[in-house]
Write a protein that binds this ligand. Structure first.
Ligand code: PLP
Length: 353
């Protein structure tokens, strides 16, 4: 294509992304009071409210912008990425908006609801056996087929404007600014690409806030293992059923230095907590939101024990209806060896005692 036409195409695509951003509203910060924790207020940022149902809406927008502004994504080029599903849904949605063809490379154990959604957005899904490196497959296919590799795991932490531009941390801090909780005690999030925890940890320092960052991680996940000994070569000690977090290896976007604490949560408790979130908020959220709730309850118990007052902020990362056939299906859970009732009892004990 000639350079002038290429430039016209670039401007049109960037204008479309700017308009999409202008049409979108910010996500709600929902307050929750739990009777067992007087004087401690919980806030949950509802990232499921994005048009594509998860916090990956922010990331997908940033990854397309980053690829376009770096001259890596050209007219007539298809795009590809590796994902556990949420990112692929958001990337497929943006591809359709921008008139591009998208290919998602995902583990074959990804929730079927996500795969259906990606295909209905007109994208191609390549399912690789669980345990195989989906990022390597996506990278190879990008090279052999001339596609643009969006590379969420490699670029999430760089593509996000950590100092502002309404990133998730700035949005939370602005939404808290008017109240007594302007500086929460903790912000709790998961780590998949590590982009969210990196953005939050950096932004809190930048704004000179005393708020600390806690990563809620499936037990034995690579972030937890690596963070303890600050070893980037660490690998996970156990797999997880919670999609989006609990990575098998230390991803390039995991920044250990800006994370103050890591809470490891068993899958049964994460999943039970996702069920609990449905009764607290009246709608379903995914497993990683449950992991966050468990970490929040543990931190709140410590605050209660030491007589500390204040607030905790966490994220509702994605919509739970994607997991109707998995995490919210008792028979499926039993088949995976998850004791849901034990998990529910453990979560309820965290909320009371
Ligand atoms: C990606 C993801 C996370 C973790 O966010 P990162 O910014 O990638 O670390 C948590 N929950 C869900 C459902 C996700 O898709």
């Amino acid at each position: 294509m000639n350079p002038a036409l290429d430039r016209r195409w670039l401007h049109a695509v960037l204008a479309e992304l700017a308009q999409e951003s202008a049409r979108s509203a910010d996500t709600h910060l929902l307050r929750l009071d739990l009777p067992a924790f007087p004087g401690i207020r919980f806030y949950f940022k509802d990232e499921a409210a994005h048009p594509t149902g998860s916090l990956k809406h922010r990331l997908a927008r940033s990854l397309y912008l980053y690829a376009l502004c770096n001259g890596r994504l050209r007219a007539d080029q298809g795009v590809i990425d590796a994902s556990s599903g949420s990112t692929a849904i958001s990337e497929a949605w943006f591809a359709r908006l921008l008139g591009m063809h998208f290919t998602a490379v995902m583990p074959d154990c990804t929730a079927p609801g996500k795969v259906r959604l990606i295909r209905s957005l007109g994208a191609n899904c390549v399912l690789v056996p669980n345990g195989l490196d989906a990022s390597a497959v996506a990278h190879e296919r990008a090279a052999s087929e001339g596609l643009c590799y969006l590379d969420q795991f490699g670029l999430a932490e760089r593509a996000t404007d950590w100092r502002g531009n309404n990133n998730i941390a700035e949005s939370i801090i602005d939404q808290m600014a008017l109240g007594a909780d302007a500086a929460p005690a903790w912000i709790v999030c998961g780590a998949g690409t590590g982009g969210t925890s990196a953005t939050i940890g950096r932004y809190l320092r930048y704004r000179r806030l005393d708020t600390r960052t806690c990563v809620a991680e499936p037990s034995g996940g690579a972030f937890a293992v690596g963070w303890q000994c600050r070893d980037r070569a660490s690998v996970a000690r156990a797999p997880t059923l919670v999609e989006g977090i609990g990575r098998p290896r230390v991803e390039p976007g995991f920044l250990f230095e800006v994370v103050d604490r890591v809470e490891e949560v068993d899958d049964a408790q994460s999943i039970a907590a996702a069920w609990r979130l449905e009764s607290l908020f009246g709608r379903r959220y995914g497993g990683s939101s449950g992991t966050n709730l468990v970490a929040c309850l543990r931190l709140a118990r410590e605050m209660r024990q030491t007589g500390a007052q204040g607030s905790l902020v966490s994220l509702l990362c994605d919509r739970g209806d994607r997991y109707d056939e998995t995490l919210f299906d008792r028979a499926w859970l039993a088949g995976q060896g998850i004791d849901l009732d034990a998990g529910l009892a453990a979560v309820s004990a965290l909320e009371t005692e």
